[in-house]
Design a protein around this ligand. Structure first.
Ligand code: APR
Ligand code: PHB
Length: 389
């Protein structure tokens, strides 16, 4: 088989890249090691920047999003027993859309199927080869039969544990990492959200977040020790702890119910540089990971593939390699700003076991400054709604 761009990974990055390339007339094939059902079974965050929504509109995959997504103009910060609203739209003119990543993935899968594009699921032993030459190729095994795809370029959209970054010689990579000393215990429940907007809470017992998937389905998180196991958390224990960590109004008005999903995720900041290796390019979680506090993971995958698809379009339409030569620097410039913002939100809102009372008071001082300064709240808002692509 031959194609112009071989995409490894059918998560949001790979699927959105595939649709953007299709829109630009650039032939592509996606190789995914899991089944579609497995990919859709992943529970992930669900907050889209306007730039991400615009890309989904560009590939005609935003219909359901506009019907079911919730438009939010602000967020609330809870600390010292009170809740403070940050009106992000007032200072940025932008909004964010609450729409689950699973739904984004399903919409992109359906768009790809409707376009009749080639996606190879349950592809085993996927491996990129010769990406330091002008004739890269990707091999894989499907139903026990070995296959090879010749291509012009390889897009590594295979996430943090993928094969693409792992295929780059360690000497060619520089990685930056911070692992946080806690995790997030998340619960999904068929209960109405406690508030129409998200509540980020700094509490002496630990961070909590009240978010949602729709007006009938809530998503809540509490910070928990890294060595906690989800079996240690009954639903009742979760609800009791969550209500201790939010303001009294939220605690009194919260509708609780049985969990339909409950899991613990670790938090890390990670960046691998560069994002290009000859004719192989990394995008999304394959290159960078952010703690979910700023809801940037999916939105960074979107800006990466926006830049990468434009670069490939220039290569084929304008016979110019300027875009592919500039991709890594261009993508990393936006990645690091989002990595900084996600680190800052995480540092301000979580209890750090070894940092003592001084650090806790500094957090409260920063939160008080944020909610009392137009300049400070505007800075938070412009990062939260998404910096320009
Ligand atoms: N061969 C083929 N596919 C692979 C391989 C491999 N060796 N390794 C991983 N994959 C697939 C995974 O099964 C997954 O479907 O690559 C896909 C990567 O998808 P994601 O991990 O979702 O990464 P990305 O598309 O960059 O999306 C980033 O997902 O993890 C969240 O918070 C993150 O919201 C962000 C978004
Ligand atoms: C979510 O809806 O899962 C979510 C929203 C915002 C965040 C993190 C997670 O910052």
């Amino acid at each position: 088989m031959r194609t112009k761009v071989a995409i490894i990974g059918a998560g949001p990055a790979g699927l959105l890249l595939g649709q953007l390339l299709h829109a630009y007339g650039v032939d592509n094939v996606i190789l995914e090691r899991q089944t579609p059902e497995y990919v859709l079974g992943r529970i992930r965050a669900g907050l889209l920047e306007e730039g991400t929504v615009a890309l989904l509109e560009k590939v005609a995959a935003a219909g359901r999003l506009h019907q079911e997504g919730l438009i939010h103009h602000g967020i609330e910060l809870a600390f010292d027993g009170a809740r403070h609203r940050i009106d992000m739209h007032a200072t940025t003119g932008k909004t964010v859309t609450i729409y689950g990543q699973t739904e984004v993935t399903l919409d992109l899968m359906n768009a790809r199927k409707a376009a009749g594009l080639t996606s190879i699921y349950s592809a085993a032993e996927v491996k990129p080869h010769d990406f330091d030459t002008d004739h890269p190729r990707v091999t894989y095994v499907k139903d026990g039969v070995a296959h090879e795809i010749q291509c012009d370029f390889i897009a590594g959209c295979d996430g943090f544990h993928g094969v693409s970054r792992a295929s780059v010689p360690a000497s060619a990579l520089k990685t930056y990492e911070r692992v946080y000393p806690f995790g997030w215990l998340g619960i999904l429940s068929e209960t109405p959200p406690v508030s129409p907007e998200l509540i980020y809470s700094n509490h002496e017992r630990g961070f909590a977040l009240c978010t949602m998937r729709s007006t009938k389905r809530s998503r809540y998180y509490v910070q928990c020790p890294l060595d906690d196991h989800v079996d240690q958390w009954s639903d009742q224990r979760f609800w009791d702890e969550l209500r201790r960590r939010v303001d009294q109004k939220a605690a009194d008005e919260m509708v609780i119910g049985p969990s339909i999903e409950k899991s613990i995720a670790p938090l890390r900041s990670f960046v691998a540089e560069p994002m290009r290796f000859g004719r192989m390019f990394l995008a999304g979680d394959a290159s960078h990971i952010v703690p979910p506090t700023g809801a940037k993971g999916l939105n960074l995958a979107a800006s990466d593939v926006h830049y990468l698809s434009q670069a490939f379009r220039e290569f084929y339409d304008d016979k110019s390699s300027a875009g592919i030569d500039g991709y890594s620097a261009r993508a990393l410039a936006r990645v690091w700003k989002a990595v900084r913002f996600s680190w800052w939100m995480t540092s301000m809102l979580h209890r750090f076991p070894d940092e003592g009372d001084f650090a806790a008071r500094i957090q409260i001082a920063e939160l008080n400054y944020l909610v009392s300064s137009q300049a400070a709240s505007t800075s938070l808002s412009e990062n939260y709604v998404g910096l320009p692509f």
